[in-house]
Design a protein around this ligand. Structure first.
Ligand code: GLA
Length: 785
């Protein structure tokens, strides 16, 4: 709901209130963002900044308002040159290096629903029943420039989205240096700033630091939203716990360079800005033209980061992801990449596919290497036609075989790239992003295609749609494996290369809109060397994202946990891969790899034809378990209870259905604590009136994992690494512990269950929990009353 009373704008969602007012000078003073305050208890006098005296050395707004210091007001937007020396949300250079601006309110309107944006940005959507929009128009007091601020309140998700639009009503071109999507000023500084940082194969590790006087920046200058710093950030009240305490979350519906800046002022006020990164941006705005910022997404919860994450999850599932796959359960896939890399034949793929179908997989994905003459990563990007040497019967034949096996067929592409060794480069060298006369830098032996150009996009649309029709695809993995360098375009529309990256993003979105509209039933998964572009912009086109190339069970605890803070499980591609893991060489047990991958969209990415009989049985059981619980594992309510990202050796995650009649709990340990103490499962989120049956998913324990201790019970000697050990481990495995409880939700929430003892070197029986290093269990809680 959004209303205006007296000079106060009142925005509300199910559990939150957002308030700001118009000052006597026409500026917008931010008053409050937090838990619901009823409209009739709003007291403007109590909420407004007191200003009966001037501030020492401060610059007052003007002679008529000697105690109005914009530099110490919480504001909804800010400019330079009128006394507010904090980082501003709007910066325009309008002539001879001048930047001073002063926007004051002229007009506003409140609409049910959410009007569509212009200019090709990705954006959220909502109808008249779910959201309300406020648009406020401000005008500079001297110049013919207008700024429009737009707020959409999504009642059901406890989310408010925001964006800014600049209108150049003057008769000359002005240069936009910065236009933040959102400014949020807070009047207390006892917050922690939480960001998700990393690199290839260690994406979105959570970091938290207390605010200090001055500026902290989380940004990307790589050209993509990046694994280095994701655009999703949080402010958590110091002293809060994962499920308790005030938390503000902020994200951006954008896939290019972004910046989230937090500034703590000398007066203890905090300013949060998010938007396109001004460090790599400038935009020439012609006379009578307008420019719109990407949409920012804001949420508040008093239930800590879990509460704020749940709001984001709801918002993304309901208002970002679209199309037939929105709430459709996502298929279990098998991808051939780590099974074969570039080295595959038709026979090998069919063998993999047959085995996949037997184990219960529903989608077979052919990854890199099927096109051009590509046998390694040095050639052929751009030549999206089948390699006849590798696939003599063609893509359509392979797809037919896969479909005959009862599975969907998926294909990998990396359309935004070009290899110098390609037919495409021979024909169109100027389509490659490079600066004439300067040797271009190179990433993974490849270069960017200039997506700002219409002819490039036309080429891609045609060749991709022809191939996808031919191959009758059901799924596309859209990859993007390098960051930007040598920015230059021969596109005559670009006069200022500060526009390049934003125009590239708009070009990408245009291409994706056309392709997703042309293939409405295809499931798209976005990827960028794993999770280098995991953002809300891509999720507007593709319902899921490959979370990371790193599928090591231990690393995945950190990666998936960090990612889940901003994004729902339905968006996170998670695969079981080989052990030792290809990124870390760490050995982990097959069931623990599954237990962690199950918290997301499950897939397998290893040579399943080479698994032992025991392992195949285990995988079959995993897939059937996953399918039975998939609705919860993809679309349930997810909470982090014990964090990987903490000093705790244990990690506990919870996902449950809406009425809490079914809960699934991951219990994982980082290392095996020798002679361990008692492990306890306390689930505060259980339904207090429920009675639950609680038991672990049955797992197989590989005989090899107990090493030569086997000789304690074996009638014949078995040495490590011997053929006998192999044969035995192929034929038999141990069952995991038997453990079963019938307990009340009250007991679970307040006391918890003391679990069976872990193996501690003193013996073993049917009740012993053998977890080892990086081991885990998945507990099932079923309500029975
Ligand atoms: C990237 C992706 C991988 C795989 C390879 C293929 O690294 O993240 O999943 O598709 O490219 O080259």
């Amino acid at each position: 709901m959004i209303t205006k009373k007296d000079q106060c704008f009142y925005l509300s969602t199910k559990n939150t209130t957002y308030l700001f007012s118009v000052t006597e000078t026409g500026h917008l003073e931010h008053l409050y963002y937090g838990k619901t305050i009823a409209p009739d208890s709003i007291n403007l006098e109590a909420l407004s900044e007191k200003r009966s005296l001037p501030i020492g050395t401060g610059t007052a707004y003007d002679n008529a308002h000697k105690t109005l210091f914009l530099g110490n007001l919480c504001l909804e937007y800010s400019t330079m040159g009128k006394g507010d020396c904090r980082e501003s949300s709007v910066d325009i250079e309008y002539g001879r290096g001048m930047h001073t601006l002063d926007f004051t309110v002229k007009d506003f309107r409140i609409l049910q629903g959410k009007p569509r944006t212009f200019g090709g940005l990705a954006e959220s959507y909502g109808d008249k029943e779910t959201c309300t929009t406020l648009e406020i128009t401000l005008k500079d007091t001297c110049l013919p420039i207008r700024l429009a601020l737009s707020y959409t309140a999504f009642e059901d998700s406890d989310v408010i989205t925001r964006r800014s639009t600049l209108f150049n009503d003057s008769d000359r071109t002005i240069t936009i240096r910065n236009l933040a999507s959102l400014q949020l000023d807070l009047d207390e500084d006892d917050w922690n700033f939480v960001t998700f940082d990393g690199a290839w194969s260690r994406e979105r590790y959570q970091h938290e630091r207390p605010l200090m006087p001055g500026i902290m920046i989380n940004d990307s200058k790589t050209g993509v939203s990046s694994a280095e710093h994701n655009p999703c950030v949080f402010l958590t009240k110091q002293g809060s716990t994962p499920s308790n305490g005030e938390c503000i979350g902020c994200n951006l519906v954008y896939s290019g360079n972004h910046r989230e800046l937090v500034e703590t002022s000398p007066y203890g006020k905090v300013r949060l800005l998010t938007g396109i990164n001004p460090a790599t941006f400038s935009w020439e705005l012609s006379s009578q033209d307008r420019f719109q910022s990407p949409e920012a997404v804001l949420t508040f919860s008093s239930l800590g980061m879990n509460g704020a994450s749940n709001n984001f999850h709801h918002f993304i599932n309901n208002h970002i992801v679209r199309g037939p796959w929105k709430f459709r359960e996502r298929p279990v896939l098998v991808n051939n990449w780590e099974a074969t890399y570039f080295n595959f034949s038709e026979d090998k793929l069919i063998a993999l596919a047959k085995q996949s179908a037997e184990l219960g997989a529903e989608l077979f994905v052919l990854d890199d290497g099927w096109f051009g003459i590509r046998n390694d990563d040095t050639t052929s990007l751009g030549d999206w036609t089948v390699n006849p040497k590798k696939l003599p019967s063609g893509l359509s034949r392979l797809s037919l075989e896969i479909h005959r096996l009862g599975m969907m067929f998926g294909l990998w592409v990396e359309p935004e790239m070009i290899s110098v060794e390609s037919e495409l480069y021979k024909k169109h060298p100027d389509w490659m992003v490079a600066i004439p006369g300067r040797t271009p830098s190179v990433g993974r032996n490849q270069h960017l295609l200039d997506l700002t150009r219409l002819d490039v996009r036309e080429y891609l649309f045609k060749i991709l749609s022809d191939t996808w029709h031919l191959a009758d695809v059901n799924y596309i993995k859209w990859d993007m494996n390098r960051t930007f360098s040598d920015l230059y375009s021969a596109n005559s529309e670009i006069h200022n290369h500060g526009e390049f990256i934003h125009r590239y993003v708009l070009g990408l979105y245009e291409l994706l809109s056309r392709l997703t509209a042309a293939f409405p039933n295809v499931l798209f998964e976005s990827c960028a060397s794993g999770g280098n572009r995991f953002d809300l912009g891509m999720l507007c086109f593709m319902p899921q994202t490959w979370t990371s190339d790193n599928t090591d069970a231990l690393c995945r605890l950190y990666i998936q946990e960090g990612t889940s803070c901003g994004y729902p499980l339905s968006t996170m591609g998670s695969h079981v891969s080989a052990s030792p893991n290809h990124q870390t060489l760490r050995k982990t047990d097959l069931d623990s790899r599954f237990n962690i991958a199950a918290f997301g969209v499950l897939g397998y990415e290893l040579d399943i034809t080479k698994l032992t009989r025991q392992q195949k049985e285990a995988v079959k059981a995993q897939i059937s378990f996953y399918k039975a619980h998939r609705a919860i594992l993809q679309f349930g309510t997810f909470n982090r209870i014990k964090l990987a990202n903490s000093s705790s050796n244990q990690v506990v995650w919870l996902v449950h259905n809406a009425d809490k009649s079914e809960l699934l709990v991951l219990f994982a340990q980082k290392l095996n604590p020798s002679n361990p103490g008692t492990d306890k499962l306390r689930i505060e989120g259980a339904h207090l009136e429920a009675i639950y049956e609680v038991f672990p998913r049955q797992q197989k324990i590989d005989l090899k994992s107990i090493g030569d201790l086997i000789n304690q019970i074996s009638p014949f000697a078995i040495s490590e690494g011997s053929k006998t050990q192999d044969a035995l481990s192929n034929a038999v495995s141990l069952d995991s512990e038997i453990e079963h409880y019938r307990v009340s939700g009250e007991l679970l929430a307040n006391a918890g269950i003391k679990l069976n003892q872990q193996f501690g070197g003193t013996g073993y029986n049917a009740e012993t929990r053998v977890l080892g290093d990086f081991g885990s269990r998945l507990y099932i809680f079923k309500r029975i009353n």
